[in-house]
Design a protein around this ligand. Structure first.
Ligand SMILES: [Zn+2]
Length: 75
């Protein structure tokens, strides 16, 4: 579960499908942010320079395991 300290700086997305897509290691992510492994629940950060989703560093799952949890907003 991702945590935040000031709810004035987070909001519910109006693009829910963006958060339903499953990403596999090797995919180029569309968005920077916090991703959650659907196999073990581990959360990790993929920054704007990330061009290949990594395998989960905890469970090592190799297919369709990441979902975007919190997207970093571009201004
Ligand atoms: Zn995992």
């Amino acid at each position: 579960m991702a945590l935040y300290g000031d709810k004035a700086n987070v909001k519910l997305s109006n693009q829910p499908t963006k958060y339903q897509r499953l990403w596999s290691p090797g995919d180029k992510p569309n968005d920077a942010g916090i991703y959650k492994c659907q196999t073990c629940g581990f959360e990790d950060l993929f920054n704007r320079a990330c061009d290949k989703v990594p395998p989960c560093s905890v469970c090592k799952e190799k297919t369709k395991n990441w979902k975007l949890l919190v997207r970093a907003e571009d201004n």
